[in-house]
Write a protein of this length. Structure first.
Length: 104
């Protein structure tokens, strides 16, 4: 179950992921994403409902909103790099197909 404590932990990881994405540090971004995935899995496995006070519910909502905002920012930084990688891989595959077809 996602609690404010877990959401704060995820928020820190997403902040680190965003900083890594802004810096183009894709290895660190991947490491932070693996950590975030582990935290999310642990929260999902804990299916026991937690009663939240109204203040905690508001805090959790704000934390989730911040995480989603950071996720969007990370994607804005990562998508151009991913597209560039796709083009490189596509060109490599086409080049290999050409060499295989026509020799070389």
């Amino acid at each position: 179950m996602l609690t404010p404590i877990v959401a704060r932990e995820l928020l820190v990881l997403y902040q680190q992921m965003n900083a890594a994405a802004e810096a183009g540090d894709w290895d660190s971004l991947a490491d932070f994403e693996r950590e975030a995935a582990s935290v999310r899995r642990t929260a999902e496995e804990s299916l026991q409902p937690v009663a939240l006070s109204p203040d905690d519910a508001v805090a959790l909502q704000q934390l989730v909103t911040e995480i989603l905002d950071l996720d969007r920012a990370i994607r804005l930084h990562a998508e151009p790099a991913l597209e560039s990688t796709r083009k490189l891989l596509s060109g490599s595959v086409k080049g290999r197909a050409m060499r295989n077809a026509y020799g070389g």
